[in-house]
Design a protein around this ligand. Sequence first.
Ligand SMILES: NC(=O)c1ccc[n+]([C@@H]2O[C@H](COP(=O)([O-])OP(=O)(O)OC[C@H]3O[C@@H](n4cnc5c(N)ncnc54)[C@H](OP(=O)(O)O)[C@@H]3O)[C@@H](O)[C@H]2O)c1
Length: 283
Amino acid sequence: MSKNIIITGVSTGIGRATLDLLHQKGYHIYGSVRKKEDADELSSIYTTRFTPLQFDVQNHDEVVKASSIVFENCDRVAALVNNAGIAVPGPLELLTEEEFEMQLDVNVKSVRRITNLFLPLLKPKANKQAGRIINISSVSGLFNSPFNGAYCISKHALESINDIYRRELRQYGIQVIAIEPGPIKTEIWKKNLNKMDRFKDSDYYEVLKKADRMIENAERNALPVEKISTLILKCISIKRPKTRYIVHKNKFFFRLMAYYFPDKLTDWLVRKTLTSSNRHRPI
Ligand SMILES: NC(=O)c1ccc[n+]([C@@H]2O[C@H](COP(=O)([O-])OP(=O)(O)OC[C@H]3O[C@@H](n4cnc5c(N)ncnc54)[C@H](OP(=O)(O)O)[C@@H]3O)[C@@H](O)[C@H]2O)c1
């Protein structure tokens, strides 16, 4: 079995924890970073079996250039983990076109570009098994939270990408898996602190002014990042992984709400948490 894994976004959070765990397990990781400092730092920690790929997922020329080292060194990879992502919070009405486009380009369009680029290394070759694609989606791909709209739209689209590739790539034996985490303790949370003041003059501010408290609260209750890195290892190594995994503190209630509650009941619950507490997760 091939021991090569490609992971996008290994500088922090889920990507970094996954790099760490898979490296311990003997895999060679081709991990993407945007900054040279991150490439240098990680190369000094992982002195063997780690190759940094330096690119911004929005710049496909950069991605193609960086990918040449993978094509030179590998004839196949065991898995591609599409992990790099951002969350652009704010009311759908007031996000700029550029912000909306950036959210979709990073979380959705780049996933298709990067997956297509590496597909030749995932397809089976003589006597060699097919690789797997693991998409780091979110519970926001199953449930739409207000003021987190662009992110939810991006993760819903990623869920579609996941299902479509799974059905289209079946002929090659490529398994495609979505991981759908609820809040996980990573850097993504603090990146969205102090972002709501720009909506001060809007009708939404009554709710949005609580956003930082909501973020801090959600981060405090978030699950450890190892919950996801160990699941990724499982998705790579077991024979028959499921097609999707929800990782949430209250998976049963979440599933019930996302799939079975009538819309109007869910609308009422969302409204109640937004107006009466600071528990609703804004990103
Ligand atoms: N944390 C959660 O609660 C949670 C829940 C559900 C889903 N997720 C998903 O998990 C994935 C990883 O997020 P995380 O929580 O680990 O957040 P994170 O710590 O902020 O990590 C995000 C990673 O993506 C990279 N990245 C962002 N924009 C990029 C771009 N344009 N080009 C290349 N790389 C880029 C970042 O690189 P830089 O360091 O260069 O910015 C970083 O390595 C995301 O897809 C996120 O949506 C997270």
